[in-house]
Design a protein around this ligand. Structure first.
Ligand SMILES: Cc1cc2nc3c(=O)[nH]c(=O)nc-3n(C[C@H](O)[C@H](O)[C@H](O)COP(=O)(O)OP(=O)(O)OC[C@H]3O[C@@H](n4cnc5c(N)ncnc54)[C@H](O)[C@@H]3O)c2cc1C
Length: 414
């Protein structure tokens, strides 16, 4: 059965294109993603079958510009679709986010950034080649940025390095928690361009697509986590890996500009968890009404304590939807300080509330509802992971909100 939209097109004044995309996303979720979700979680295996179907139905190219053959979705349209996918399968939505960002960031986002005409022409030719591989061969991209130090939080330069050699770069380093490891065709990494003459700087961050089968690339470590088990986020090691210059997803120096001028780019992990918040609420309603498939038709909705808990969940869900919708609506280049703070608040709200709603749903529905044969306990475990995702972890959002509320740019205490 196809559920009602998370964001009703009329109520949220979606564009016709957004209404169409989200309707198709709900249909895809019901047909493909939801029925398979238990399997990836149980096996901690990558949802490869989902990716084959996403390729067939065009979803790998959602943010590829129309002139390159993609769906041409903008930031908000993508977020709305990703929330619907996350509602059905958290691990697929989260890994799909890594893939889509490779196209959104190299596509629409870079169109808003400054570069000279020749650099832009070269960038457009390179990204078109990436897009042709995605649309034609179904190539899947990942985004392994984390290294276990302060770099993924934006504090220091990445320790993974790319040294210029004729025709490209030699990459050395290690990325941890690399979702899609062993399954992506291209690892979209952020290394620091190595220069003999100066200390490593975040300004020298490159964004390169490393072919997964390049000599020197290896996947290490186990994968048996609490939640988001289908992401298969193992460790990637790069040892003298040659990456051609044409494999760059952004021109040199542009990632640094993007992170400063387009900060909402880091909000793209949140749609998955917006969907999980809705999924936990949906389950609770179905269960208390005695309508959850696979459970006896016992109604539990008549108890006042259950009604109060559902009311609390409803309030939390509406609050979360409201701030998230506003934040994804105002995403764009050079946002005001207020808009950036709202984006932090939205990220915090989604990541924390998704899990709080899931926890309340378990308490309210009771013991039978947390059996592994039902989706709620998977939603509970998956939703716990959201607050941990760098660079905008729940803690870091609070840090920045507190600082920015009390200090103007450049202000210090004597
Ligand atoms: C399911 C899952 C999938 C993931 N997939 C990917 C992926 O595809 N690509 C990728 O790059 N990463 C991915 N990550 C990694 C994620 O973004 C974080 O890098 C990772 O969770 C950090 O773990 P850690 O123990 O090293 O945290 P630490 O770096 O030790 O941080 C612990 C906590 O301390 C706080 N903290 C960290 N740095 C600072 C700082 N400078 N100042 C103040 N507080 C700080 C943060 O709140 C953080 O949560 C994934 C994580 C999970 C759970």
């Amino acid at each position: 059965m196809i559920p009602a939209p998370i964001f009703a097109p009329e109520a949220f004044r979606l564009t016709p294109s957004e209404a169409d995309l989200t309707a198709r996303a709900r249909d895809f979720s019901a047909r493909i993603l939801a029925p398979r979700a238990p399997r990836w979680d149980l096996e901690a295996s990558f949802p490869a079958d989902n990716y084959a179907d996403m390729h067939r139905e065009g979803w790998l190219g959602i943010c590829i510009p129309r002139e390159d053959g993609g769906m041409g979705a903008d930031f908000r349209a993508y977020c709305l679709v990703a929330a619907e996918f996350g509602r059905a399968c958290g691990a697929t939505a989260l890994t799909w986010n890594m893939h889509v960002c490779s196209t959104l960031w190299s596509g629409m986002l870079t169109d808003d950034l400054e570069m000279d005409a020749a650099t832009r022409a070269t960038h457009r030719a390179r990204r078109s080649a990436h897009y042709a591989g995605i649309l034609g061969q179904g190539l899947v991209y990942s985004q392994p940025f984390s290294e276990g130090g302060a770099a993924a939080a934006g504090g220091v330069a990445f320790g993974t390095t790319a040294r210029r050699v004729p025709g490209g770069f030699l990459v050395n380093g290690r990325k941890i928690f690399a979702s899609l490891s062993g399954h992506a065709d291209r690892y979209g990494i952020l290394p620091t361009e190595a220069r003999e003459s100066q200390n490593a700087s975040r300004r020298d961050t490159l964004y390169l697509a490393v072919p997964a089968d390049a000599p020197g690339v290896s996947v290490t470590g186990d994968w048996d986590p609490l939640g988001m088990r289908g992401t298969v986020s193992r460790t990637l090691v790069f040892q003298d890996v040659f990456v051609a210059e044409v494999a760059a997803l952004m021109p040199a120096g542009l990632y640094f500009q993007a992170a400063r001028r387009w900060p909402h780019m880091f909000l793209t992990l949140s749609p998955t968890y917006m969907g999980l918040a809705q999924a936990a609420y949906d389950f609770c309603i179905r269960y208390l009404r005695g309508e959850e498939p696979g459970t006896p038709p016992v109604k539990r909705r008549q108890y006042p304590t259950k009604q109060i808990a559902v009311a609390q969940m409803h309030v939390m869900l509406e609050q979360t939807k409201a701030i998230w919708f506003q934040a994804v609506t105002e995403a764009g280049p050079d946002p005001s300080k207020e808009q950036v703070m709202r984006a932090y608040a939205a990220q915090y709200s989604v990541m924390e509330n998704a899990h709080a709603i899931a926890a309340l749903a378990i308490r309210t529905c009771g013991g039978q509802a947390m059996l592994k044969s039902l989706p709620l306990e998977r939603i509970f475990r998956d939703s716990r992971c959201g607050a941990l995702m760098l660079p905008w972890t729940a803690e870091l959002c609070l840090d920045r909100l507190g600082r920015d509320a009390l200090y103007e740019h450049g202000e210090t205490d004597p």
